[in-house]
Design a binder for this molecule. Structure first.
Ligand code: THU
Length: 160
Protein backbone atom coordinates (compact mmCIF):
# COMPACT_ATOMS: atom_id res chain seq x y z
CA UNK A 1 0.00 0.00 0.00
CA UNK A 2 1.29 3.44 -0.86
CA UNK A 3 0.58 6.60 1.00
CA UNK A 4 0.45 10.19 -0.13
CA UNK A 5 1.73 12.87 2.20
CA UNK A 6 0.89 16.50 1.60
CA UNK A 7 2.57 19.24 3.56
CA UNK A 8 1.69 22.91 3.65
CA UNK A 9 3.92 25.74 4.75
CA UNK A 10 2.79 29.10 6.06
CA UNK A 11 4.91 32.11 6.99
CA UNK A 12 4.10 33.65 10.36
CA UNK A 13 4.38 37.41 10.88
CA UNK A 14 4.12 38.28 14.59
CA UNK A 15 1.92 41.34 13.97
CA UNK A 16 0.70 43.78 11.31
CA UNK A 17 3.73 45.93 12.11
CA UNK A 18 5.99 43.26 10.62
CA UNK A 19 4.29 43.13 7.21
CA UNK A 20 5.65 44.49 3.93
CA UNK A 21 4.21 47.93 3.22
CA UNK A 22 1.94 46.89 0.33
CA UNK A 23 0.42 44.05 2.34
CA UNK A 24 -0.11 46.29 5.38
CA UNK A 25 -2.01 48.70 3.10
CA UNK A 26 -4.09 45.86 1.63
CA UNK A 27 -4.88 44.51 5.09
CA UNK A 28 -5.92 47.99 6.18
CA UNK A 29 -8.50 47.97 3.37
CA UNK A 30 -9.74 44.61 4.65
CA UNK A 31 -10.00 46.03 8.17
CA UNK A 32 -11.93 49.05 6.86
CA UNK A 33 -14.42 46.95 4.90
CA UNK A 34 -14.81 44.52 7.82
CA UNK A 35 -16.67 47.37 9.50
CA UNK A 36 -19.28 47.06 6.72
CA UNK A 37 -20.00 43.41 7.48
CA UNK A 38 -23.69 42.66 7.83
CA UNK A 39 -23.54 39.99 10.51
CA UNK A 40 -26.55 40.34 12.84
CA UNK A 41 -26.79 36.55 13.33
CA UNK A 42 -23.21 35.37 13.94
CA UNK A 43 -21.86 38.71 15.17
CA UNK A 44 -18.65 37.61 13.42
CA UNK A 45 -17.30 40.25 11.07
CA UNK A 46 -14.97 39.42 8.20
CA UNK A 47 -13.26 41.70 5.68
CA UNK A 48 -11.32 40.73 2.57
CA UNK A 49 -9.29 42.82 0.14
CA UNK A 50 -7.79 41.71 -3.18
CA UNK A 51 -4.87 43.27 -5.00
CA UNK A 52 -5.18 42.80 -8.78
CA UNK A 53 -2.43 42.94 -11.40
CA UNK A 54 -4.03 46.11 -12.83
CA UNK A 55 -3.31 47.84 -9.51
CA UNK A 56 -6.94 47.89 -8.40
CA UNK A 57 -8.03 46.81 -4.93
CA UNK A 58 -11.38 45.03 -4.64
CA UNK A 59 -13.01 44.53 -1.24
CA UNK A 60 -15.78 42.51 0.37
CA UNK A 61 -17.34 41.80 3.75
CA UNK A 62 -19.62 39.00 4.91
CA UNK A 63 -23.31 39.54 4.21
CA UNK A 64 -25.69 37.41 6.25
CA UNK A 65 -29.32 36.54 5.69
CA UNK A 66 -32.17 35.40 7.96
CA UNK A 67 -32.26 32.35 5.67
CA UNK A 68 -28.70 31.48 6.77
CA UNK A 69 -27.40 29.70 3.63
CA UNK A 70 -28.41 32.70 1.52
CA UNK A 71 -25.67 34.81 3.11
CA UNK A 72 -22.14 34.95 1.75
CA UNK A 73 -18.62 35.07 3.20
CA UNK A 74 -16.39 38.12 2.78
CA UNK A 75 -13.88 36.28 0.60
CA UNK A 76 -16.51 35.22 -1.90
CA UNK A 77 -18.14 38.64 -1.96
CA UNK A 78 -14.71 40.09 -2.81
CA UNK A 79 -13.63 37.49 -5.36
CA UNK A 80 -16.97 37.46 -7.21
CA UNK A 81 -16.91 41.26 -7.16
CA UNK A 82 -13.44 41.16 -8.79
CA UNK A 83 -14.61 38.61 -11.38
CA UNK A 84 -17.63 40.74 -12.21
CA UNK A 85 -15.82 44.07 -12.55
CA UNK A 86 -12.34 43.05 -13.79
CA UNK A 87 -12.82 39.66 -15.48
CA UNK A 88 -9.39 39.70 -17.19
CA UNK A 89 -7.31 40.84 -14.23
CA UNK A 90 -5.19 38.41 -12.25
CA UNK A 91 -5.50 38.34 -8.48
CA UNK A 92 -2.11 38.73 -6.83
CA UNK A 93 -2.96 38.84 -3.12
CA UNK A 94 -5.89 38.43 -0.79
CA UNK A 95 -5.87 39.86 2.76
CA UNK A 96 -8.44 38.65 5.29
CA UNK A 97 -9.31 39.80 8.79
CA UNK A 98 -12.01 38.69 11.23
CA UNK A 99 -13.41 40.14 14.45
CA UNK A 100 -16.16 38.99 16.79
CA UNK A 101 -18.59 40.97 18.91
CA UNK A 102 -18.25 38.22 21.54
CA UNK A 103 -14.51 37.78 22.02
CA UNK A 104 -11.18 39.19 20.91
CA UNK A 105 -10.03 37.20 17.90
CA UNK A 106 -6.26 37.08 18.33
CA UNK A 107 -5.55 34.03 16.16
CA UNK A 108 -5.46 34.02 12.35
CA UNK A 109 -8.80 33.07 10.78
CA UNK A 110 -8.38 31.09 7.55
CA UNK A 111 -10.97 31.12 4.76
CA UNK A 112 -13.68 28.48 5.16
CA UNK A 113 -13.79 25.42 2.94
CA UNK A 114 -16.40 26.87 0.59
CA UNK A 115 -14.31 30.00 0.09
CA UNK A 116 -11.18 27.92 -0.53
CA UNK A 117 -12.98 26.14 -3.35
CA UNK A 118 -14.16 29.47 -4.81
CA UNK A 119 -10.71 31.04 -4.60
CA UNK A 120 -9.20 27.88 -6.14
CA UNK A 121 -11.35 28.34 -9.23
CA UNK A 122 -9.74 31.74 -9.89
CA UNK A 123 -6.23 30.51 -9.12
CA UNK A 124 -6.69 27.67 -11.62
CA UNK A 125 -8.23 30.08 -14.16
CA UNK A 126 -5.33 32.54 -14.01
CA UNK A 127 -2.69 29.79 -13.67
CA UNK A 128 -0.76 31.89 -11.18
CA UNK A 129 -0.79 31.64 -7.41
CA UNK A 130 -2.82 33.93 -5.20
CA UNK A 131 -1.07 34.88 -1.96
CA UNK A 132 -3.44 34.54 0.98
CA UNK A 133 -2.69 36.66 4.07
CA UNK A 134 -5.00 36.13 7.04
CA UNK A 135 -5.35 37.28 10.62
CA UNK A 136 -7.90 37.81 13.37
CA UNK A 137 -8.51 41.26 14.74
CA UNK A 138 -5.12 41.40 16.40
CA UNK A 139 -2.11 39.09 16.73
CA UNK A 140 -0.12 37.22 14.11
CA UNK A 141 -0.67 37.23 10.37
CA UNK A 142 -0.21 34.03 8.36
CA UNK A 143 0.87 34.07 4.76
CA UNK A 144 0.19 31.28 2.30
CA UNK A 145 2.11 31.56 -0.99
CA UNK A 146 -0.81 30.02 -2.81
CA UNK A 147 -4.36 28.90 -2.17
CA UNK A 148 -3.08 25.38 -2.80
CA UNK A 149 -1.53 25.25 0.68
CA UNK A 150 -5.02 25.60 2.12
CA UNK A 151 -6.65 23.23 -0.36
CA UNK A 152 -3.93 20.85 -1.51
CA UNK A 153 -5.99 18.17 -3.23
CA UNK A 154 -8.07 20.58 -5.24
CA UNK A 155 -11.10 19.74 -7.36
CA UNK A 156 -11.19 21.74 -10.59
CA UNK A 157 -12.37 21.80 -14.16
CA UNK A 158 -9.77 19.20 -15.10
CA UNK A 159 -11.70 16.67 -13.00
CA UNK A 160 -14.92 16.99 -14.97
N1 THU B 1 -17.31 33.94 7.28
C1 THU B 1 -16.60 34.61 6.32
O1 THU B 1 -16.98 35.71 5.89
N2 THU B 1 -15.49 34.01 5.84
C2 THU B 1 -15.01 32.80 6.24
O2 THU B 1 -14.09 32.28 5.66
C3 THU B 1 -15.61 32.16 7.42
C4 THU B 1 -16.94 32.65 7.81
C5 THU B 1 -18.54 34.56 7.77
C6 THU B 1 -19.79 33.83 7.35
C7 THU B 1 -20.74 34.23 8.44
O3 THU B 1 -21.33 35.48 8.08
C8 THU B 1 -19.87 34.41 9.66
O4 THU B 1 -18.55 34.56 9.17
C9 THU B 1 -19.90 33.24 10.64
O5 THU B 1 -19.67 32.04 10.02
Amino acid sequence: MESITITSTFTVYPSVNDLPEDVAALLQQAINVRLNAYAPYSRFHVGAALLLDNGKIVIGSNQENAAYPSGLCAERVAIFHAGAVYPDAKILKMAITAASEQRVVSEPIPPCGGCRQSIAEYELKQDEPIEIWFMGETGPVYKSESLRNLLPMVFGGKDL
